[in-house]
Design a protein around this ligand. Structure first.
Ligand code: PFF
Length: 453
């Protein structure tokens, strides 16, 4: 039996509500914007294979664990870790893991909001018919004009931050469930439509080969690190987002099934995005390694050419903003929950405080595409922030979660909370959590640092 503790923040109305919210957190810019561009930068198929393996053997077990810890502690990740460490008679400073998550959340949201701002501005660019009949060069110019203008980026970043904080202030549970139920399937339909376009007009098979032909010679430890980091990023793991959502999960919901559903939906969206984008890249002589602008330089070509493209394009960017929005909310929820618990702030005050700090950090990303853009070959503030959070902080968070639950919690606590019996499913999860996930993360870290080579 799970513990009898309840969350002061309330509970999801059902297991389905949790699945929807957690899917909303997982599916976002990571799937549609980031997955294609980092796949392009890292050579395609081999990168995708490593990413998929990481989802299966690290992501899913760690996600189950985060939900488990959250539901057992029923508080913000910082306080959950403090309570569980005390209950299990462990070192009291495990709550620092919660703190690292809060910092990761701030840092990720700071740039996430800027990129979501790009998507927001594309709603209007598409709606005004700007893409109709435009070729790859014209579409490329539209993108360059946007990111080289700091004032415009700042305005969109600000707008996105405001709409995110309004929802956070009202509480993640009101409204979110209904919106996700409707809009997630709509996003899926539009992605399928885009794949259909890519099949008929793009170099579809070249796209498929690029995504799935695994040329292992393209792998380096650096590439493996990026694939692993992305598995954490895309599933919202390693920083407490899923943990805090787990803390609102009703006691009788099955954690295993729920996690599979979320990971499956997330992977499906990423693969569909890849299948939509790369055929267009190849058909238009574009560069797969074009970087963060990739979807903004490819999809508008498709919208500009297909019948009804203005409508579909506008809808697509609306849905992309929505997907980014439901992820952004979850990035800040651990910090907001902690402020409410420990400083008795209202949600509105907590959200505004977090929003202002994140907005300020976001200025670094805004300017890294224009005023402070680095010389050729040098890394920008945005690149550094992304590398630090996705490839170091999230996997480190995941490693510590795996060590805490796999090695320091009693099996009785785990089994009580997971309530999946002692069968093969439980054994497999426990084995992956104790051995595979931590060792894999450690091995990749050590190899990248060069200790083993
Ligand atoms: N999973 C989100 C995406 O793929 O866009 C991003 C994200 C949300 C990362 C929440 C981390 C997180 F805690």
């Amino acid at each position: 039996m799970p513990t009898e503790r309840t969350s002061i923040h309330g509970q999801w109305s059902s297991r389905l509500a949790f699945v929807l919210a957690a899917t909303g957190s997982a599916v976002g810019l990571g799937n549609i914007w980031k997955f294609p561009y980092i796949t392009g930068e890292n050579g395609g198929g081999a990168f995708v294979v490593v990413y998929l393996i990481c989802i299966a053997v690290i992501g899913i077990p760690v996600m189950m664990t985060e939900v488990l810890l959250g539901r057992r502690g029923r508080q913000s990740p910082i306080n959950t870790m403090r309570t569980l460490a005390a209950e299990e008679g462990r070192w009291p400073y495990w709550h620092l893991l919660g703190w690292m998550g809060v910092i990761s959340g701030f840092l990720i949201l700071s740039y996430y909001s800027v990129i979501a701002g790009w998507a927001l501005s594309y709603v209007f660019r598409s709606g005004s018919g700007m893409f109709v009949g435009a070729d790859a060069e014209a579409i490329g110019n539209i993108f360059t004009n946007l990111i080289s203008d700091p004032e415009r980026l700042l305005a969109w970043h600000t707008l996105f931050m405001v709409i995110t904080m309004v929802v956070v202030a009202r509480g993640v549970k009101s409204g979110l469930e209904k919106a996700v139920t409707l809009l997630m399937p709509a996003l899926l339909v539009l992605l399928v439509l885009l794949v259909g376009y890519a099949m008929s007009q793009g170099e579809f098979m070249r796209g498929v080969h690029f995504l799935f032909d695994a040329d292992m010679s393209k792998l380096s430890w650096q590439v493996v690190l990026i694939a692993m980091g992305h598995a954490f990023f895309t599933l919202s793991l390693g920083m407490g987002s899923i943990m805090v959502y787990g803390s609102y999960l009703p006691a009788d919901a099955s954690i295993g099934k729920t996690t599979f559903a979320i990971a499956f939906a997330d992977t499906l969206v990423a693969i569909l995005a890849g299948l939509a984008i790369f055929p267009i890249v190849f058909a238009n002589g574009l560069e797969p390694a074009a970087g963060p602008g990739l979807i903004f330089q490819t999809l508008p070509i498709a919208f500009g050419q297909m019948p009804g493209g203005t409508l579909f394009g506008t809808l697509f960017f609306v849905l992309l903003v929505f997907a980014a929005w439901t992820s952004a909310i979850s990035l800040i929820e651990p910090a907001v929950a902690w402020l409410v618990e420990n400083h008795s702030l209202s949600r509105a005050m907590a959200a505004s405080t977090c929003g202002i700090i994140t907005w300020l950090v976001g200025l670094g990303t805004v300017f890294s595409f224009n005023l402070l853009s680095p010389a050729e070959g040098k890394t920008s503030f945005f690149d550094m922030l992304d590398f630090l959070t996705s490839n170091i902080m999230l996997p480190l968070g995941g490693l510590l979660i795996a060590i805490f639950a796999g090695w320091l919690m009693s099996e009785k606590s785990l089994q009580d909370e997971l309530a999946m019996g002692h069968g093969i499913g439980y054994k497999l999860w426990h084995f992956l959590l104790r051995y595979i996930a931590p060792l894999a993360v450690l091995a990749v870290f050590l190899n990248v640092i060069g200790v083993l080579v």
